[in-house]
Design a protein around this ligand. Structure first.
Ligand SMILES: [Zn+2]
Length: 101
């Protein structure tokens, strides 16, 4: 499911390029770059990893969560399934459809 994070990054980069083109930067464009950088920093905090937590994947209801968010919950005990709410929200705002949204 790391594909969603890549889609978000690609969308941010394509929209940033579309807005900025190759012209010298205006004050507003510098602001757009900062917003894109801030969003990318948030994405860096939310990576798809393997975790442990409550999951329907395990017959006991608790065990390995194959796709969990590294930035949400406690990945070693209460893993949050990937894609997390934060990533789904960013994807939704950017018009990218994510499973479970
Ligand atoms: Zn997350």
């Amino acid at each position: 499911m790391t594909d969603l994070a890549k889609q978000i990054r690609d969308r941010i980069e394509s929209q940033r390029r579309e807005l900025l083109g190759s012209n010298p930067l205006t004050f507003e464009e510098v602001g757009v770059n900062r917003l894109a950088a801030a969003l990318l920093a948030v994405l860096d905090m939310h990576q798809c990893v393997e975790g442990v937590g409550f999951t329907a994947d395990d017959p006991d209801g608790y065990g390995t969560v194959k796709e969990a968010c590294s930035g949400c919950g406690n990945v070693d005990e209460y893993a949050v399934a990937w894609p997390c709410r934060e990533l789904r929200t960013i994807a939704k705002v950017l018009g990218i459809e994510a499973n479970g949204v």
